[in-house]
Write a protein that binds this ligand. Structure first.
Ligand SMILES: [Zn+2]
Ligand SMILES: [Zn+2]
Length: 440
């Protein structure tokens, strides 16, 4: 991994690192067995990619050894006649061998996060919309409720056709056929957030589903029918709809998951139409060690023409609730509503006080303005001139892009080991280092 340090702000190290697989932690070897569901046999491949060349195909029930791990894949050693081959196999088809041995925890202190335990957050360039994939670290010891390599998807972007579904394409680059997504979250039912999740539901097993339980017409109702037909490990999908029913997701005891806001809207003052749907957005905070990550969906804070001094809508509701307001401070903020002027009031920015600002947007013309609104980003820069802004529409304006689905590989990959957070930006699929300083 080549790492060029750019800045060290309050324990947050922002850097570039070119190798996608280099942060996999070292794990102890573990006896495994190939699951019966691997029919007719489990392909062991030269790389952790679905299209990588197969080296050998191992029959179900075969004892193998598991070594290191990356999202969706495990490096294994498997018998091949009298030889042993080393390659990559899909985790979904591997089971722990019942040796009777008790697997020791990674540390005597269950709260300790090893330095090598990198949690990844991928902000996928889906054009105008949101599409986020979160992958927790895997210590290769399933079943102990921590570091179990969970995969969580928030939204899927605007396009559900396989050929144009950027979220699907991105996941397929990293996963394998029929890979398991532990949780699919639809922040709210707008057509720049849920349609791309259709491809995720078609091509992967999905274990659980979360949304704000707010209606948005026939197309979303059809999407919900597709959700109903999903599942994983032979079990139907678990559905959690509406803030009161979200529960505490079991994504590993090392990760704190908090729902700070979400629909259905039962109180007055949340607007009507699209505004009300935006204000139903599930707002989720993840805390991993000392680092925290706030995902806003499209929750709003004001009218476009309103003053940024006075919060309204979802922002006001969160700031007015002392139990929620105290939790808003976060290392990273996925900015609300694609950086629209209708969010990010000054009291809200002060409460979150992010060191890293992530803008997921595309070049869609909303009757004149494109998102993000420059004035909105200016407010973050005025609050903290050292805030680091990363965008999925990087240079798209200068490149003359003017269509909604202008996805061109401006992905953002965030990695944290609970002590520091490293951000890798891409432009047109290539590693990219933004100029230091706040550039709205
Ligand atoms: Zn949106
Ligand atoms: Zn929306």
């Amino acid at each position: 991994m080549t790492t060029a340090l750019r800045a060290n702000v309050g324990g947050v190290v922002l850097a570039v690192c070119a190798a996608a697989w280099s942060v996999a932690g070292a794990q102890a070897s573990q006896p495994l067995v190939v699951r019966q569901s691997a029919t007719p046999c489990l392909n062991v491949r030269v790389e952790p990619k679905a299209d990588a060349a197969p080296m050998v195909c191992v029959l179900p029930g075969t004892a193998i050894t598991g070594d290191s791990s990356v999202p969706f894949w495990r490096r294994i050693r498997a018998p091949d006649g009298t030889h042993v081959v080393t390659g990559w196999a899909a985790k979904k088809f591997l089971d722990t061998a019942s040796t009777g041995a008790v697997v020791a925890p990674a540390s005597s202190n269950p709260n300790t996060i090893p330095d090598s335990a990198w949690l990844e957050i991928h902000i996928v360039d889906v054009g105008q919309g949101d599409g986020i994939w979160i992958s927790t670290w895997d210590d290769g010891k399933p079943g102990n409720g921590r570091f179990d390599g969970k995969n969580i998807v928030i939204d899927g972007g605007p396009d559900g056709n396989d050929a144009k579904d950027e979220m699907l394409k991105y996941l397929e680059q990293h996963a394998h056929h029929n890979a398991k997504i532990d949780a699919l979250i639809i922040s709210h039912p707008h057509n720049d957030h849920y349609p791309g999740a259709r491809g995720v539901l078609r091509h992967f097993e999905v274990c659980s589903y979360y949304d704000p339980d707010t209606p948005n017409g026939q197309d979303f109702d059809k999407f919900l029918v597709q959700v109903d037909s999903a599942g994983c490990d032979g079990k139907p999908i678990e559905k959690h709809r509406g803030l009161a029913n979200l529960g505490t997701p079991k994504w590993g005891s090392e990760l704190t998951v908090e729902w700070l806001w979400g629909g259905p809207i039962t109180v007055a003052g949340m607007g009507t139409g699209n505004t009300k749907t935006n204000n139903a957005s599930l707002v989720m905070k993840l805390t991993y060690g000392t680092q925290s990550f706030l995902f806003m969906g499209d929750a709003e804070g004001k009218e476009r023409t309103g003053s940024p001094d006075t919060p309204r809508y979802a922002e006001k509701a969160m700031l007015d609730d002392p139990a929620v307001a105290v939790k808003l401070k976060s290392t990273m903020l996925k900015i609300a509503h694609h950086g629209s002027e209708s969010s990010s009031t000054l009291p809200f920015i002060a409460a979150v006080d992010p060191e890293i600002l992530i803008v997921s947007s595309g070049r869609k013309n909303f009757n004149g303005p494109f998102l993000p609104d420059r004035a909105t980003l200016n407010r973050y820069c005025a609050h903290n001139a050292n805030v680091h802004i990363y965008r999925t529409d990087q240079n798209d304006e200068a490149e003359g892009r003017t269509t909604a689905n202008d996805a061109d590989g401006d992905h953002i990959v965030i990695r944290t080991n609970g002590k520091r957070t490293i951000v890798q930006a891409f432009e047109n699929g290539q590693p990219f280092t933004p100029t230091p300083g706040c550039h709205p």
